[in-house]
Design a protein around this ligand. Structure first.
Ligand code: NAD
Ligand code: UFG
Length: 336
Protein backbone atom coordinates (compact mmCIF):
# COMPACT_ATOMS: atom_id res chain seq x y z
CA UNK A 1 0.00 0.00 0.00
CA UNK A 2 1.13 3.56 -0.73
CA UNK A 3 0.63 6.16 1.98
CA UNK A 4 1.03 9.88 1.41
CA UNK A 5 3.05 11.28 4.32
CA UNK A 6 2.80 15.06 4.64
CA UNK A 7 5.70 16.48 6.65
CA UNK A 8 7.50 13.16 6.21
CA UNK A 9 10.94 14.79 6.34
CA UNK A 10 10.32 16.11 9.87
CA UNK A 11 11.14 14.55 13.23
CA UNK A 12 8.15 12.25 13.74
CA UNK A 13 7.40 11.80 10.03
CA UNK A 14 10.90 10.55 9.17
CA UNK A 15 10.88 7.91 11.92
CA UNK A 16 7.40 6.83 10.84
CA UNK A 17 8.56 6.48 7.22
CA UNK A 18 11.37 4.15 8.33
CA UNK A 19 8.96 1.98 10.30
CA UNK A 20 6.47 1.95 7.41
CA UNK A 21 9.13 0.72 5.00
CA UNK A 22 10.09 -2.00 7.51
CA UNK A 23 6.40 -3.06 7.47
CA UNK A 24 6.20 -3.13 3.65
CA UNK A 25 4.21 0.10 3.37
CA UNK A 26 5.43 2.56 0.72
CA UNK A 27 5.60 6.19 1.88
CA UNK A 28 5.23 9.03 -0.64
CA UNK A 29 6.46 12.19 1.05
CA UNK A 30 5.38 15.79 0.51
CA UNK A 31 7.28 18.37 2.55
CA UNK A 32 8.24 21.99 1.90
CA UNK A 33 11.40 21.63 4.07
CA UNK A 34 10.45 24.70 6.14
CA UNK A 35 11.62 22.80 9.26
CA UNK A 36 13.65 19.88 7.89
CA UNK A 37 16.51 19.01 5.58
CA UNK A 38 16.79 16.96 2.41
CA UNK A 39 19.58 14.92 4.07
CA UNK A 40 16.81 13.03 5.87
CA UNK A 41 16.12 11.11 2.63
CA UNK A 42 19.69 9.77 2.60
CA UNK A 43 19.32 8.62 6.21
CA UNK A 44 16.05 6.84 5.41
CA UNK A 45 17.92 5.08 2.59
CA UNK A 46 20.83 4.16 4.88
CA UNK A 47 18.42 2.63 7.39
CA UNK A 48 16.08 0.83 5.01
CA UNK A 49 17.78 0.53 1.61
CA UNK A 50 14.83 2.47 0.15
CA UNK A 51 14.66 6.10 -0.95
CA UNK A 52 11.03 7.15 -0.73
CA UNK A 53 9.42 9.23 -3.47
CA UNK A 54 9.74 12.84 -2.30
CA UNK A 55 7.87 15.92 -3.54
CA UNK A 56 9.33 19.17 -2.26
CA UNK A 57 6.28 21.38 -1.96
CA UNK A 58 3.54 22.82 0.19
CA UNK A 59 0.34 21.09 1.25
CA UNK A 60 -1.49 24.32 0.45
CA UNK A 61 -0.55 23.87 -3.24
CA UNK A 62 -3.72 22.34 -4.69
CA UNK A 63 -2.16 21.56 -8.08
CA UNK A 64 0.72 19.72 -6.49
CA UNK A 65 -1.60 17.58 -4.35
CA UNK A 66 -3.79 16.77 -7.39
CA UNK A 67 -0.64 15.73 -9.28
CA UNK A 68 0.56 13.48 -6.44
CA UNK A 69 -2.83 11.75 -6.12
CA UNK A 70 -2.84 11.36 -9.91
CA UNK A 71 0.66 9.88 -10.08
CA UNK A 72 0.23 7.39 -7.21
CA UNK A 73 -2.51 5.06 -6.01
CA UNK A 74 -2.60 6.41 -2.48
CA UNK A 75 -4.52 4.30 0.05
CA UNK A 76 -4.19 6.58 3.10
CA UNK A 77 -2.71 9.88 4.20
CA UNK A 78 -0.73 10.49 7.40
CA UNK A 79 -0.74 14.22 7.99
CA UNK A 80 2.25 15.49 9.99
CA UNK A 81 2.92 18.75 8.10
CA UNK A 82 2.44 21.84 10.21
CA UNK A 83 4.12 24.45 12.36
CA UNK A 84 4.59 23.46 16.00
CA UNK A 85 6.37 26.08 18.12
CA UNK A 86 4.03 27.34 20.85
CA UNK A 87 5.88 30.66 21.48
CA UNK A 88 6.21 31.46 17.77
CA UNK A 89 2.49 30.80 17.30
CA UNK A 90 1.70 33.64 19.71
CA UNK A 91 3.83 36.00 17.55
CA UNK A 92 2.59 34.68 14.20
CA UNK A 93 -1.00 33.43 14.57
CA UNK A 94 -1.80 34.12 10.92
CA UNK A 95 0.99 31.80 9.74
CA UNK A 96 -0.09 29.09 12.18
CA UNK A 97 -3.78 29.13 11.24
CA UNK A 98 -2.92 29.35 7.54
CA UNK A 99 -0.44 26.47 7.62
CA UNK A 100 -2.15 24.18 10.12
CA UNK A 101 -5.87 24.83 9.55
CA UNK A 102 -6.06 26.02 5.94
CA UNK A 103 -3.34 23.52 4.93
CA UNK A 104 -5.38 20.63 6.35
CA UNK A 105 -8.54 21.81 4.56
CA UNK A 106 -6.71 21.97 1.22
CA UNK A 107 -5.34 18.47 1.85
CA UNK A 108 -8.72 16.97 2.74
CA UNK A 109 -10.34 18.65 -0.27
CA UNK A 110 -7.70 17.12 -2.54
CA UNK A 111 -8.29 13.71 -0.90
CA UNK A 112 -12.02 14.04 -1.50
CA UNK A 113 -11.50 14.90 -5.16
CA UNK A 114 -9.10 11.96 -5.56
CA UNK A 115 -11.43 9.55 -3.73
CA UNK A 116 -8.92 8.89 -0.92
CA UNK A 117 -10.91 8.45 2.29
CA UNK A 118 -8.40 7.43 4.99
CA UNK A 119 -6.61 10.08 7.06
CA UNK A 120 -4.46 9.92 10.20
CA UNK A 121 -3.89 13.35 11.78
CA UNK A 122 -1.08 14.43 14.16
CA UNK A 123 -2.94 16.03 17.01
CA UNK A 124 -1.59 16.84 20.43
CA UNK A 125 -2.33 16.48 24.12
CA UNK A 126 -2.33 20.26 24.09
CA UNK A 127 -6.02 20.11 22.99
CA UNK A 128 -6.87 19.02 26.56
CA UNK A 129 -5.57 22.26 28.09
CA UNK A 130 -5.02 21.93 31.85
CA UNK A 131 -7.37 19.19 33.06
CA UNK A 132 -8.05 18.65 36.77
CA UNK A 133 -7.91 14.87 36.68
CA UNK A 134 -5.01 12.64 35.62
CA UNK A 135 -4.56 10.49 33.64
CA UNK A 136 -6.13 12.08 30.58
CA UNK A 137 -8.58 9.88 28.68
CA UNK A 138 -9.87 10.49 25.16
CA UNK A 139 -13.15 11.71 26.64
CA UNK A 140 -11.49 14.39 28.79
CA UNK A 141 -12.88 17.75 27.58
CA UNK A 142 -10.94 19.52 24.82
CA UNK A 143 -10.79 23.12 23.68
CA UNK A 144 -9.43 24.99 26.72
CA UNK A 145 -6.25 25.76 24.81
CA UNK A 146 -4.02 28.68 25.67
CA UNK A 147 -2.13 29.52 22.47
CA UNK A 148 -2.67 29.69 18.68
CA UNK A 149 -0.70 26.48 18.04
CA UNK A 150 -2.94 24.51 20.39
CA UNK A 151 -6.02 26.23 19.04
CA UNK A 152 -5.03 25.30 15.47
CA UNK A 153 -4.89 21.61 16.52
CA UNK A 154 -8.26 21.91 18.26
CA UNK A 155 -9.77 23.69 15.23
CA UNK A 156 -8.50 21.00 12.85
CA UNK A 157 -9.95 18.30 15.09
CA UNK A 158 -13.33 20.06 15.01
CA UNK A 159 -13.19 20.57 11.21
CA UNK A 160 -12.32 16.90 10.70
CA UNK A 161 -15.18 15.84 12.98
CA UNK A 162 -17.63 17.85 10.83
CA UNK A 163 -16.13 16.57 7.58
CA UNK A 164 -16.41 12.96 8.73
CA UNK A 165 -20.06 13.52 9.67
CA UNK A 166 -20.79 15.00 6.25
CA UNK A 167 -18.83 12.34 4.33
CA UNK A 168 -19.44 9.19 6.40
CA UNK A 169 -17.23 6.96 4.24
CA UNK A 170 -14.19 8.85 5.54
CA UNK A 171 -11.98 7.12 8.13
CA UNK A 172 -10.41 9.89 10.19
CA UNK A 173 -8.05 9.10 13.06
CA UNK A 174 -6.95 11.80 15.49
CA UNK A 175 -3.76 10.77 17.28
CA UNK A 176 -3.13 12.96 20.32
CA UNK A 177 0.59 12.74 21.03
CA UNK A 178 1.95 13.39 24.48
CA UNK A 179 5.66 14.38 24.56
CA UNK A 180 7.63 12.77 21.71
CA UNK A 181 11.35 12.36 22.46
CA UNK A 182 14.19 10.00 21.57
CA UNK A 183 15.73 9.05 18.27
CA UNK A 184 16.25 6.05 15.99
CA UNK A 185 18.37 3.54 17.97
CA UNK A 186 20.97 3.56 15.15
CA UNK A 187 21.91 7.16 15.99
CA UNK A 188 21.38 8.12 12.32
CA UNK A 189 18.07 9.89 12.71
CA UNK A 190 16.66 12.20 15.36
CA UNK A 191 15.29 15.61 16.22
CA UNK A 192 17.13 18.53 14.64
CA UNK A 193 15.55 21.75 15.89
CA UNK A 194 16.57 24.96 14.14
CA UNK A 195 17.75 27.71 16.52
CA UNK A 196 17.26 27.50 20.28
CA UNK A 197 15.25 24.36 21.13
CA UNK A 198 11.82 25.03 22.67
CA UNK A 199 11.48 21.56 24.13
CA UNK A 200 13.15 19.91 27.07
CA UNK A 201 14.92 16.88 25.57
CA UNK A 202 16.61 18.59 22.61
CA UNK A 203 17.72 21.36 24.96
CA UNK A 204 19.25 18.88 27.42
CA UNK A 205 20.93 17.08 24.50
CA UNK A 206 22.51 20.34 23.30
CA UNK A 207 23.79 21.06 26.82
CA UNK A 208 25.28 17.56 26.90
CA UNK A 209 27.08 18.07 23.60
CA UNK A 210 28.40 21.51 24.60
CA UNK A 211 26.22 23.67 22.33
CA UNK A 212 24.44 25.28 25.34
CA UNK A 213 25.88 26.14 28.74
CA UNK A 214 23.06 25.01 31.01
CA UNK A 215 19.40 24.03 31.05
CA UNK A 216 16.88 26.49 32.49
CA UNK A 217 14.43 24.47 34.57
CA UNK A 218 11.15 26.37 34.28
CA UNK A 219 9.85 26.30 37.86
CA UNK A 220 10.42 24.05 40.88
CA UNK A 221 7.33 25.11 42.81
CA UNK A 222 4.66 23.08 41.00
CA UNK A 223 2.46 20.74 43.08
CA UNK A 224 4.43 17.71 41.84
CA UNK A 225 6.72 15.32 43.79
CA UNK A 226 9.92 17.32 43.12
CA UNK A 227 8.27 20.63 42.19
CA UNK A 228 9.18 20.47 38.47
CA UNK A 229 6.73 19.88 35.62
CA UNK A 230 5.63 16.30 34.90
CA UNK A 231 5.01 15.02 31.35
CA UNK A 232 4.35 11.74 29.56
CA UNK A 233 7.47 11.34 27.40
CA UNK A 234 7.06 8.81 24.60
CA UNK A 235 9.84 7.41 22.41
CA UNK A 236 9.49 8.51 18.79
CA UNK A 237 9.86 4.88 17.63
CA UNK A 238 6.85 3.90 19.74
CA UNK A 239 4.97 6.86 18.31
CA UNK A 240 5.92 5.79 14.77
CA UNK A 241 4.61 2.28 15.47
CA UNK A 242 1.39 3.80 16.85
CA UNK A 243 0.68 5.30 13.41
CA UNK A 244 1.14 1.96 11.70
CA UNK A 245 -1.08 0.26 14.28
CA UNK A 246 -3.73 2.94 13.65
CA UNK A 247 -3.50 2.51 9.87
CA UNK A 248 -3.86 -1.24 10.16
CA UNK A 249 -6.62 -1.40 12.75
CA UNK A 250 -8.91 1.54 11.99
CA UNK A 251 -7.48 3.09 8.80
CA UNK A 252 -10.03 1.30 6.65
CA UNK A 253 -12.97 1.62 9.03
CA UNK A 254 -15.25 4.55 8.31
CA UNK A 255 -15.74 6.84 11.29
CA UNK A 256 -13.90 9.23 13.61
CA UNK A 257 -11.31 7.45 15.75
CA UNK A 258 -9.49 9.21 18.59
CA UNK A 259 -6.48 7.87 20.50
CA UNK A 260 -3.98 9.14 23.04
CA UNK A 261 -0.43 8.10 22.20
CA UNK A 262 1.59 8.17 25.40
CA UNK A 263 3.15 5.72 27.84
CA UNK A 264 0.80 6.34 30.76
CA UNK A 265 3.81 7.31 32.96
CA UNK A 266 4.73 10.83 34.03
CA UNK A 267 8.34 11.98 34.53
CA UNK A 268 9.54 15.27 36.01
CA UNK A 269 12.05 17.65 34.45
CA UNK A 270 14.64 16.64 37.07
CA UNK A 271 14.00 12.94 36.40
CA UNK A 272 14.66 13.57 32.69
CA UNK A 273 17.85 15.45 33.55
CA UNK A 274 18.90 12.47 35.71
CA UNK A 275 18.15 9.93 32.97
CA UNK A 276 20.16 11.97 30.47
CA UNK A 277 23.11 12.40 32.84
CA UNK A 278 23.20 8.63 33.23
CA UNK A 279 23.05 8.12 29.46
CA UNK A 280 25.85 10.54 28.62
CA UNK A 281 28.00 9.87 31.68
CA UNK A 282 28.24 13.34 33.17
CA UNK A 283 26.10 15.85 35.03
CA UNK A 284 23.86 18.13 32.98
CA UNK A 285 24.24 21.72 34.23
CA UNK A 286 20.94 23.38 35.09
CA UNK A 287 19.54 26.42 36.86
CA UNK A 288 16.14 26.78 38.45
CA UNK A 289 14.31 29.64 36.71
CA UNK A 290 10.80 31.11 36.92
CA UNK A 291 7.88 29.17 35.47
CA UNK A 292 7.32 29.46 31.70
CA UNK A 293 4.06 31.22 30.79
CA UNK A 294 1.33 28.80 29.72
CA UNK A 295 2.95 25.66 31.22
CA UNK A 296 0.85 23.24 33.24
CA UNK A 297 2.02 21.27 36.28
CA UNK A 298 1.43 17.76 35.00
CA UNK A 299 0.07 15.81 32.08
CA UNK A 300 -0.01 12.10 31.35
CA UNK A 301 -2.12 9.78 29.28
CA UNK A 302 -4.57 7.03 29.95
CA UNK A 303 -3.44 4.65 27.21
CA UNK A 304 -6.01 1.91 27.67
CA UNK A 305 -8.01 2.73 24.54
CA UNK A 306 -4.96 2.60 22.25
CA UNK A 307 -3.69 -0.54 24.00
CA UNK A 308 -6.99 -2.36 23.52
CA UNK A 309 -8.27 -1.11 20.16
CA UNK A 310 -4.98 -0.59 18.32
CA UNK A 311 -3.19 -3.51 19.95
CA UNK A 312 -0.35 -1.06 20.53
CA UNK A 313 1.63 -0.27 23.66
CA UNK A 314 4.68 1.94 24.15
CA UNK A 315 7.74 -0.24 24.89
CA UNK A 316 10.66 2.10 25.45
CA UNK A 317 11.67 3.37 28.91
CA UNK A 318 12.78 6.90 29.80
CA UNK A 319 16.30 5.57 30.13
CA UNK A 320 16.18 4.24 26.53
CA UNK A 321 14.73 7.56 25.34
CA UNK A 322 17.74 9.34 26.89
CA UNK A 323 20.27 6.81 25.52
CA UNK A 324 18.90 7.03 21.97
CA UNK A 325 18.75 10.83 22.06
CA UNK A 326 22.35 10.91 23.26
CA UNK A 327 23.51 8.49 20.54
CA UNK A 328 21.89 10.71 17.87
CA UNK A 329 23.16 13.97 19.35
CA UNK A 330 26.72 12.79 20.00
CA UNK A 331 27.01 11.28 16.49
CA UNK A 332 25.48 14.40 14.91
CA UNK A 333 26.39 17.34 17.19
CA UNK A 334 25.15 19.91 14.66
CA UNK A 335 22.15 17.84 13.51
CA UNK A 336 21.80 16.73 9.88
P1 NAD B 1 8.65 18.84 12.40
O1 NAD B 1 8.64 20.32 12.26
O2 NAD B 1 9.93 18.14 12.62
O3 NAD B 1 7.95 18.20 11.10
C1 NAD B 1 6.94 18.85 10.38
C2 NAD B 1 7.32 18.80 8.90
O4 NAD B 1 6.30 19.43 8.12
C3 NAD B 1 8.62 19.52 8.61
O5 NAD B 1 9.47 18.68 7.85
C4 NAD B 1 8.19 20.74 7.79
O6 NAD B 1 9.17 21.10 6.84
C5 NAD B 1 6.91 20.25 7.16
N1 NAD B 1 5.92 21.29 6.84
C6 NAD B 1 5.44 22.27 7.64
N2 NAD B 1 4.51 22.99 6.99
C7 NAD B 1 4.38 22.43 5.77
C8 NAD B 1 3.56 22.73 4.63
N3 NAD B 1 2.70 23.74 4.64
N4 NAD B 1 3.68 21.96 3.53
C9 NAD B 1 4.56 20.93 3.51
N5 NAD B 1 5.35 20.62 4.53
C10 NAD B 1 5.26 21.35 5.65
O7 NAD B 1 7.60 18.46 13.55
P2 NAD B 1 7.32 17.07 14.28
O8 NAD B 1 7.78 17.17 15.68
O9 NAD B 1 7.76 15.95 13.42
O10 NAD B 1 5.73 17.14 14.33
C11 NAD B 1 4.92 16.53 13.34
C12 NAD B 1 3.47 16.81 13.68
O11 NAD B 1 3.18 16.32 14.99
C13 NAD B 1 3.11 18.29 13.69
O12 NAD B 1 1.83 18.45 13.12
C14 NAD B 1 3.10 18.64 15.15
O13 NAD B 1 2.24 19.71 15.43
C15 NAD B 1 2.58 17.35 15.77
N6 NAD B 1 2.98 17.20 17.18
C16 NAD B 1 4.29 17.29 17.52
C17 NAD B 1 4.67 17.20 18.87
C18 NAD B 1 6.10 17.34 19.28
O14 NAD B 1 6.35 17.63 20.46
N7 NAD B 1 7.08 17.10 18.40
C19 NAD B 1 3.69 17.02 19.86
C20 NAD B 1 2.35 16.90 19.48
C21 NAD B 1 2.02 17.00 18.12
N1 UFG C 1 11.17 22.67 30.29
C1 UFG C 1 12.20 23.23 31.04
N2 UFG C 1 13.21 23.83 30.35
C2 UFG C 1 13.25 23.91 28.99
C3 UFG C 1 12.20 23.33 28.25
C4 UFG C 1 11.17 22.73 28.95
O1 UFG C 1 12.19 23.19 32.26
O2 UFG C 1 14.20 24.50 28.44
C5 UFG C 1 10.08 21.98 31.02
C6 UFG C 1 8.71 22.59 30.81
O3 UFG C 1 8.48 23.63 31.72
C7 UFG C 1 7.81 21.38 30.98
C8 UFG C 1 8.64 20.21 30.47
O4 UFG C 1 10.00 20.66 30.51
O5 UFG C 1 7.57 21.16 32.35
C9 UFG C 1 8.32 19.81 29.04
O6 UFG C 1 8.37 20.95 28.19
P1 UFG C 1 8.40 20.82 26.60
O7 UFG C 1 8.53 22.21 26.05
O8 UFG C 1 9.40 19.82 26.18
O9 UFG C 1 6.97 20.19 26.27
P2 UFG C 1 5.51 20.72 26.58
O10 UFG C 1 4.85 19.71 27.46
O11 UFG C 1 5.50 22.12 27.02
O12 UFG C 1 4.85 20.71 25.12
C10 UFG C 1 5.02 19.62 24.21
C11 UFG C 1 5.01 20.15 22.77
C12 UFG C 1 3.66 20.69 22.43
C13 UFG C 1 2.62 19.67 22.72
C14 UFG C 1 2.69 19.19 24.15
C15 UFG C 1 1.71 18.11 24.43
O13 UFG C 1 5.96 21.19 22.63
O14 UFG C 1 3.63 20.97 21.05
O15 UFG C 1 4.00 18.70 24.41
O16 UFG C 1 1.81 17.13 23.47
F1 UFG C 1 1.41 20.21 22.49
Amino acid sequence: MKVLVTGGMGYIGSHTCVQMIEEGIEPVIVDNLCNSKEAVLTRIHELTGVTPVFYQGDIRDRELLARIFNEHRIGSVIHFAGLKAVGESVEKPLEYYDNNVHGTLVLVDAMKTAGVTSLVFSSSATVYGDPDIMPITESTATGQVTNPYGRSKFMVEECLRDIQLAIPEFSITLLRYFNPVGAHPSGKMGEDPQGIPNNLMPFIAQVAVGRREYLSVFGDDYPTPDGTGVRDYIHVMDLADGHIAALKSVGETAGLHIFNLGTGQGSSVLEMVGAFSEACGYEIAFQICPRRAGDIAECWADTQKANELLGWKARFTVSEMAQDTWRWQSNNPQGY
